[in-house]
Design a protein around this ligand. Structure first.
Ligand code: UD1
Length: 378
């Protein structure tokens, strides 16, 4: 069996890493039924800090194919991935194309493969925010509508797919590959001694923000940064800043809200919003795993904080990952600055939710996926 694994953007890399390892484990255990894997990077994220650092930290082999698509409008990215991926599919003639997550590359590769009659499986299928102004929601809907096999991370995703008319035989609840990576890398951390970003023993929060709906308009970004500045007066915040957010803060004249993170901090971290460049997986994990509070608009971090029981405030009006609210430590707070201040203060005063780890977020999701695929073809 031959499978093309497609990645494009930062949040894809931690989802593909355990699948690559699981294929290698499968091949070692089943030499009679090998799975040939080819890794295709679309090039949607290409900066050293958005790409290389993750491949290195997560021990992902270099891509076999790099489509080199780069940044651009949604149409530009989608169209260029489609054109270039078609050539790869024609040359490789795979049995399966495996896509992960909900970025433009996910949808583009899915459309190409299904139109060529190549079976597609989608890892992290069935998540729905219900918000069609969110580009990822369109990517999720389109991908799940045409893919042949839908691997889900939680039972509510199965329900979403059934509601959309997907037959049961196309749905497989396997758990969360992102948590496979989290567990594997937590085990490795003690031997790695990555850079220390904050003084040992200090109390701090972590921020990430990059959604266009939060950062592309002056008033929204100014309101969010105002709330964060108030929280940062009580709890220093560390903010590894996405290139899009840095660009917008500069354009809107809001960068004076930031102070750079001291290169080798000693003593207490001062109050304030301390920005750094985007971090690699290990440095970022080292940072957020000990945070008193995480404030984010990321999808993955809502799940990761739930897995480790860290309080998380999601600065969005909706989430496609409600299990992190029902079962985990996540609170959907929206983008109203007063609500953000209020919820953050409640958590800092000891009011954080107790959570539990959702079913099958156990570090073995990728093995279930590979067994299902190899079983299908066997
Ligand atoms: C993409 C995903 C989003 C994911 C996010 C994580 C889509 C629709 N969005 O959003 O779901 O949460 O990645 O990071 O696919 N840039 C660089 N260097 C890079 C990549 C981007 O400087 O390596 C800058 C460019 O100015 C670019 C902007 O960031 O225009 C946005 O990048 P893009 O890939 O279009 O979307 P993201 O906002 O990163």
């Amino acid at each position: 069996m031959k499978i093309l694994l497609v990645v494009g953007a930062r949040p894809n890399f931690m989802k593909i890493a355990p699948i690559v390892s699981a294929i290698d484990r499968w091949n070692a255990a089943h030499p009679d039924r090998p799975v040939e894997r080819r890794l295709v990077h679309t090039g949607q994220h290409y900066d050293a800090k958005m790409f290389d650092a993750f491949f290195r930290d997560l021990e992902i082999p270099p891509p076999d194919v790099d489509l080199g698509v780069g940044s651009g409008s949604h149409t530009f990215q989608t169209a260029h991935v489609m054109l270039r991926f078609e050539t790869v599919c024609e040359a490789e003639r795979p049995d399966w194309v495996l896509v992960v997550g909900d970025v433009n590359s996910t949808m583009a590769a899915t459309l190409v493969a299904t139109k060529m009659g190549v079976r597609v499986c989608h890892v992290e299928a069935g998540l729905r925010s219900g918000d069609r102004t969110m580009p990822e929601e369109i990517n999720r809907l389109v991908t799940d509508a045409v893919a042949d096999l839908l691997f889900t991370t939680s039972r509510d995703a199965d329900d979403n797919l059934r509601t959309e008319g997907v037959p049961d035989h196309k749905i497989a609840f396997v758990g969360n590959v992102m948590i496979d990576t989290l567990r594997r890398q937590l085990d490795r951390l003690p031997g790695l001694a990555p850079a220390r970003l904050v003084p040992a023993g200090s109390r701090y929060g972590v921020v990430t923000l990059h959604r266009p709906s939060n950062v592309d308009r002056h008033d929204t970004l100014a309101g969010l940064l105002g709330a964060l500045a108030d929280i940062a007066a009580e709890l220093p915040l560390v903010f590894p800043i996405h290139p899009r957010t840095r660009k917008m803060a500069d354009r809107f004249g809001l960068s004076d809200r930031f102070t750079p993170l001291p290169p080798a901090p000693d003593g207490e971290l001062a109050p304030g919003i301390h920005v750094t460049d985007p971090l690699g997986y290990h440095d970022f994990l080292n940072l957020w795993k000990d945070a008193a509070l995480v404030l984010t608009d990321s999808g993955g971090l809502q799940e990761e904080t739930t897995a480790l029981g860290i309080p998380c405030l999601t600065l969005r009006e909706n989430t496609e990952r409600p299990v992190t609210i029902w079962e985990g430590t996540n609170t959907l707070v929206g983008t109203d600055p007063d609500a953000i201040r209020r919820e953050a203060r409640a958590i800092l005063a000891g009011g954080g939710k107790a959570g539990r780890v959702p079913e099958y977020w156990d570090g073995h999701a990728a093995d279930r996926i590979v067994a299902a695929l190899a079983g299908e073809s066997g």
